[in-house]
Design a protein around this ligand. Structure first.
Ligand code: AMP
Ligand code: ZN
Length: 458
């Protein structure tokens, strides 16, 4: 398998540190509002990577955190006059619901910052002891000058950072580029006792401490959206490397490109966000998932109605092939074809893998012998399982994809039967009328060798 490593700027063969236990850490959400479709992209992309790794290695330890201490959470709690736990419980639950609807499997670990304060404090103490951090005015700061490799991940010039060209200057910092590991909390804000007084951790140290606690000093893969390369991942790397006596923190750094809407980056600060739960009101989760996988994960992906409609049509085609062969028992030993897996092995090339998937569906549609059908059907199902699609009953897909709700399955079946009767009686005016009525309501009737079928067309 080849993975593009942000640290080297190129694709590298993936060789885990310990093939008996592959480790992956992906930065998860800060839970103060609902996830937008951009936030769903890393969750889906790294879910596919985890599925692929699980096929190859006996054990994959995948951690994705929940950030439940943050100033934006404090602000949301203050606004509603509730404890932060009310806000974080609500939005963590919503995040789980959204991801489940997108077919994202639960991770092996889901650490929360509020459950790792001792580990965070211990890591900060070690950084102070080794002179990589210093306490000043109830803050603790990481000393960027103490780590000569700083800037290598994001390819930034540390001198510029130290000079304060791009960072906040504060009186308690020795150098402008130094960043916060711990900061004081005033009485009205949530805070935890520490050797530096009552306060709360900075964002970056949380991930370093949780990755260490669950996965060890050196992890195989660290992932997240491209926006996290700097400063978040650069700072995580500095903290962890220095806390571990120079041991490599993450061997591979993977970053997904941004999801855009009308070519503009989707983000809460710009305000052009489309919530996952809003999209799910009008589209099946599986179509949303497929739409997120139609582009290569490192490229920007533009979200628009046509992309989603296209994903639905693609699933109609794939599930159509499965529905038409529902009576064949899949061959038990057939697995996803090599070309499909080779595409995913090439830095998770999902567009190329999907092309192979359609090739399979075409072959299945054309297959004549029971053996061919059994083999191709099993291959299609197995390949689908790596991408996290095609595991539903085709009947469920076709009924769900009429979720617009205008016509029930029973009514469609009744009208299809009526149309068949009309055709039999050579009353073509009536059979055409029924077909047009269904079309107007979003259902397309197709007469095929297998009989009359229908699918939704929105
Ligand atoms: P946040 O809750 O903003 O920290 O984001 C959670 C995850 O979503 C991080 O991995 C971000 O990099 C990622 N992310 C946020 N916005 C987008 C976007 N528009 N496209 C792709 N990934 C995003
Ligand atoms: Zn992180």
């Amino acid at each position: 398998m080849q993975l593009h490593n942000t640290a080297s700027g190129r694709k590298e063969p993936f060789v885990p540190q310990n093939p008996e236990r592959v480790t992956m850490y992906v930065c998860g959400p800060t839970v103060y509002s609902y996830a937008h479709i951009g936030n769903a992209r890393p969750a889906v992309v790294f879910d596919v990577l985890a599925r692929l790794l699980r096929r190859r290695y006996p054990r994959v330890d995948y951690a994705r955190n929940i950030t439940d201490i943050d100033d934006k959470i404090n602000a949301a709690a203050a606004k509603e006059g509730v404890e932060i736990g009310v806000i974080t419980a609500r939005f963590a639950a919503a995040y789980h619901e959204d991801l489940a609807a997108l077919g994202v499997a639960p991770t092996d670990f889901e650490p929360r910052v509020t459950e790792h304060l001792p580990q965070i404090i211990s890591m900060i103490e070690r950084l102070i002891a080794s002179k990589h951090a210093y306490a000043a005015e109830a803050h603790v700061l990481f000393s960027v000058a103490s780590y000569p490799d700083y800037g290598q991940l994001s390819k930034r010039d540390p001198r510029e950072l130290l000079a304060g060209a791009r960072v906040e200057v504060a009186p308690y910092k020795k150098d402008a580029g130094d960043f916060v590991l711990w900061k004081p909390s005033p009485p009205e804000l949530p805070g935890w006792d520490s050797p530096w007084g009552r306060g709360r951790p900075g964002w970056h140290i949380e991930c370093s401490a949780m990755a260490e606690a669950l996965l060890g000093d050196t992890i195989d893969i660290h992932g997240g959206g491209h926006d996290l390369v700097f400063p978040h991942h650069e700072n995580e790397r500095a903290q962890s490397t220095c806390a571990h006596g120079g041991a490599v923190f993450s061997r591979y750094w993977l970053h997904n490109g941004f999801l855009t809407m009308d070519s503009e980056k989707m983000s809460k600060s710009i305000g052009n966000v489309l919530l996952v739960r809003e999209i799910l009101k009008h589209a099946p989760g599986e179509a949303v998932r497929l739409a997120l996988l139609t582009g290569h994960y490192r490229q920007p992906l533009d979200w628009n109605d046509e992309a989603l409609a296209d994903a639905r049509r693609k699933l109609d085609r794939l599930y159509g092939a499965l529905r038409d062969t529902a009576d064949v028992a899949p061959a038990t030993d057939a697995v996803a074809p090599d070309a499909f897996l080779a595409a995913l092995d090439d830095d998770l090339n999902t567009p190329a893998a999907l092309a192979e998937l359609f090739e399979l569906a075409r072959a299945l549609n054309k297959a004549e012998s029971a053996d061919d059908k059994a083999r191709l059907r099993a291959q299609l199902l197995d390949a689908g399982s790596v991408l996290g699609i095609l595991q539903a009953d085709p009947a469920a897909w076709f009924s769900h994809s009429t979720a617009a709700g205008s016509v029930s399955n029973e009514e469609i079946d009744r009208l299809v039967a009526q149309r068949a009767e009309a055709k039999k009686a050579r009353n073509f005016a009536e059979s055409d009328r029924i077909r047009d009525e269904l079309k107007a309501r979003g259902i397309l009737i197709e007469d095929s060798a297998q009989g009359t079928r229908w699918r939704s067309i929105n």
